[in-house]
Design a binder for this molecule. Structure first.
Ligand code: AMP
Length: 220
């Protein structure tokens, strides 16, 4: 009998550290990191139709419609590198996406093993997102907590850093509100499925990773 593929769904508000943690956890477990936000941003930089559509929602801090988001993630998860599973970051973000994911996994002999929820209070989220700077290759810095060696430039390739449009102050609070209205209902959904594990996201990055790995170890 085939082993079921392992899927870990990182849940938490924008700025909780899902991307940072998903990347490390995926490396540690030998799984692929699939970030719906990164997939949209890649489409945006390649100027695809999907990218242009997504941009109209992303710059406002709104969610991209379910049908296009689900189709994009489904295509990504169907690629061979996801055969053993994936760490999902930023997907699902609505109940319709969660149901679509369960259906996709049921069809491909996969299952969600555990859903770490990274908890961070609103005020800390606003501070984190407002100070976040990115490099074109996806490295993430923070003006206060994780500054680059040379201000505004990437440590590895020296390229200029930029602030995501949706990290600008006027959009940040709206993204948190959208999370509460549209994504937070998934907490109850995954809790009732017995998959939710809450982690304190205000701790050091390494301690958060350790807590998530412990939760995964217990669940898998
Ligand atoms: P993220 O990088 O996860 O913060 O995502 C950046 C933006 O991409 C979000 O604010 C949304 O506009 C869009 N996005 C990412 N994932 C999803 C999703 N699962 N459903 C709808 N929109 C999404």
């Amino acid at each position: 009998m085939n082993e079921k593929a392992t899927y870990i769904v990182m849940l938490g508000p924008p700025g909780a550290g899902k991307g940072t943690q998903a990347k490390v956890i995926a490396e540690r477990l030998g799984l692929v990191h699939v970030s719906s936000g990164d997939l949209f941003r890649e489409n945006l930089s390649r100027e695809t139709e999907l990218g242009k559509l997504a941009q109209t929602y992303m710059t406002k801090g709104e969610l991209v419609p379910d049908d296009v988001t689900i189709a994009m993630v489904k295509e990504r998860l169907s690629r061979p590198d996801c055969a053993l599973g994936a760490v999902l970051d930023g997907f699902p973000r609505t109940p319709a996406q969660a149901e679509a994911l369960e259906k996709m996994l049921a069809e491909s002999n996969g299952r969600i093993n555990v859903v770490p929820l990274i908890n961070v209070p609103d005020q800390a989220l606003v501070e984190r997102l407002g100070g976040r700077w990115m490099s074109a290759s996806g490295r993430v810095y923070h003006a206060l907590n994780n500054p680059p060696k040379v201000k505004w430039f990437d440590d590895v390739d020296g390229s200029p850093l930029f602030q995501r449009d949706d990290d600008k102050p006027e959009t940040v609070q709206h993204r948190i509100d959208v999370y509460k209205a549209q994504t937070a209902p998934l907490i109850a959904f995954f809790k009732s499925a017995g998959l939710l594990v809450e982690v304190d996201g205000t701790q050091d990055i390494d301690k958060v990773t350790e807590d998530i790995l412990t939760a995964i170890g217990t669940a898998c």
